[in-house]
Design a protein around this ligand. Structure first.
Ligand code: FAD
Length: 474
């Protein structure tokens, strides 16, 4: 029986394995082995349930606009578990001048779609508002080459929109630096809006009108909100996938198995595992970060290994703090706040988790999750727990007036976990994919290449699974 080895048991690797099974031809017989170096699968996805709190260490939701995560949940029978955000609290705040200002209603990602809330906003100065309102009259860019997010936003919406909205909100998702991030690879939608409509504002307004007309509930009586999660946390997606895969047979998921290299053997591959005999494989799918893939394939193609190393990664940490509701005077009417770089703070953002989603904290408590690190302040991730917690508490005291001691604190470090799509990313990935295509039966997937979020990692895995099935069929 043929064997496919998948290296990496994050959502990328597991979704690829599941897609192999979903799309395999009738009668096709092959074994799948997923090798994960950690003692648990899930990679960045990690949910913990402690004393009635549901804490997400890594991702806490996925974007519904990118349907692949939602679709996978439905195929796994999790439609009823999909949890929308609490729309009554749908507000985001931005720290500016040491004070929290509401992000003007109607700002979608970074694009204003309603004029009145923008005009009355305390976040943006009058010249800044006028500059944003002029966006529909800014001519399209003539060149087709890549551009940084910073240049793109300054050109279309002005510097204040970059500093106070795009940088903290949009670059924050990637924990990235807008001056080096590729607009084309990180936010292809914005480039498309400019190309198709000549304006982000005009394009976004049209798209919103269209999507309102065509939007269907996720499940009967369930609303689709911009962000969705699972009632029992995102680890439910991982656990369900892993259980389903194992129940399908001829599939094993082995944790605590660090792959050290992949070498060629005959027409196939040898997967070398730390402290264990190697595993022969007809096809190998590497679903580990690009730098890990680089180490694994170096003996097969040194130049490709070098190119994989040019996809940079940054480290982040999340610190979740639980308080008694009575100890927090702040009204917490929103999903949380983001912090522009210009504010020079130690946190990038804070999510008011128990306001954003139901079932995250007991009734008498609140859960707040702060982000530390990223390209702005990578060094902060290496602070010890005590120092990091103190730094985060200082920030919450100054920004939100929370003086009380938390009843629970959890710190999660994510070292080199966020790939950065810097200028030229698309060409880099095209080169990498042309090159890997020379190695028949060897594939790369995961969040390093075609989208950093959960949904894109699932979609990329599905594309790669189809390529691998095509290879196995011949
Ligand atoms: C703090 C944080 C918050 C985030 N928030 C969101 C969010 O809210 N929404 C969203 O959509 N996305 C979010 N993301 C991004 C999301 O986590 C990723 O898109 C997704 O988890 C990537 O999955 P992956 O399988 O490609 O990679 P990973 O999750 O990194 O999995 C790769 C796996 O490969 C394993 N591995 C590496 N080397 C080897 C080896 N040599 N042998 C065997 N195994 C190996 C690793 O241990 C790991 O388990 C966030 C990321 C972080 C870090």
């Amino acid at each position: 029986m043929k064997r496919v080895v998948i290296i990496g048991g994050g959502i990328g690797g597991l979704a690829t394995a599941y897609s192999l099974r979903e799309h395999q031809a009738k009668g096709a017989d092959f074994e799948i082995v997923v090798l994960e170096k950690n003692s648990r699968v899930g990679g960045n996805i990690r949910t913990e349930k402690i004393d009635g709190f549901l804490i997400e260490g890594g991702p806490d939701c996925f974007l519904s606009e990118k349907p692949w995560a939602m679709e996978l949940c439905k195929r796994l029978g999790l439609a009823e578990e999909l949890l929308p955000t609490n729309e009554e609290n749908r507000k985001t705040f931005v720290l500016s001048g040491g004070r929290l200002h509401e992000l003007p209603e109607g700002v979608v990602l970074m694009i204003p779609t309603r004029i009145l809330p923008l005009l009355t906003s305390s976040l943006i100065s009058l010249p800044g508002k006028l500059r944003m309102a002029l966006e529909p009259f800014v001519p399209k860019r003539a060149g087709k080459g890549d551009e940084s997010l910073g240049d793109f936003v300054r050109r279309r919406l002005g510097k204040e929109a970059l500093d106070k909205i795009a940088e903290p909100l949009v670059a924050g998702v990637h924990a990235g630096d807008p001056e080096t991030m590729s607009i084309r690879s990180s936010f292809p939608k914005f480039v498309q809006l400019e190309e198709e409509h000549g304006s982000l504002i005009k394009g976004m307004v049209k798209r919103m009108a269209l999507s309102k007309k065509s939007s269907k509930p996720v499940a009967p009586g369930k609303k689709i909100t911009m962000f969705l999660t699972l009632r029992g946390g995102l680890s439910d997606l991982i656990d369900t996938l892993a259980a389903r895969l194992q129940a399908l047979g001829r599939t094993s998921i082995r944790t605590g198995k660090a792959v050290t290299s992949v070498t060629k053997k005959g027409g196939g591959y040898m997967v070398n595992i730390e402290g264990e005999p190697p595993l022969e494989a007809d096809a190998v799918i590497i679903a580990a970060p690009a730098y890990a893939a680089s180490r694994l394939i170096r003996s097969i193609d040194g130049e490709l290994a070098d190119r994989l190393m040019t996809i940079p990664y940054v480290s982040t940490a999340t610190v979740s703090l639980a308080f008694k509701r009575r100890d927090v005077a702040h009204p917490l009417k929103g999903f949380g706040f983001v912090v522009p770089k210009t504010e020079k703070r130690k946190i990038m953002a804070a999510t008011w988790t128990s306001m954003k989603f139901k079932h995250r904290a007991p009734e008498d408590s609140v859960l707040i999750r702060c982000f530390v690190g990223g390209s702005k302040d990578s060094d902060l991730v290496s602070l010890g727990d005590t120092e990091m917690i103190m730094a985060v508490r200082d920030e919450l005291r100054e920004i939100m007036g929370i003086d009380a001691a938390p009843v629970l604190v959890r710190v999660y470090r994510w070292i080199n976990s966020m790939p950065q799509y810097t200028i030229g990313h698309q060409e880099r990935v095209e080169w990498i994919e042309d090159r890997i295509a020379r190695e028949k039966g060897l594939f790369l997937t995961g969040s390093a290449y075609h989208g950093i979020g959960i949904s894109d990692s699932i979609r990329t895995g599905e594309v790669v699974a189809k390529k691998a099935l095509h290879f196995l069929a011949f």
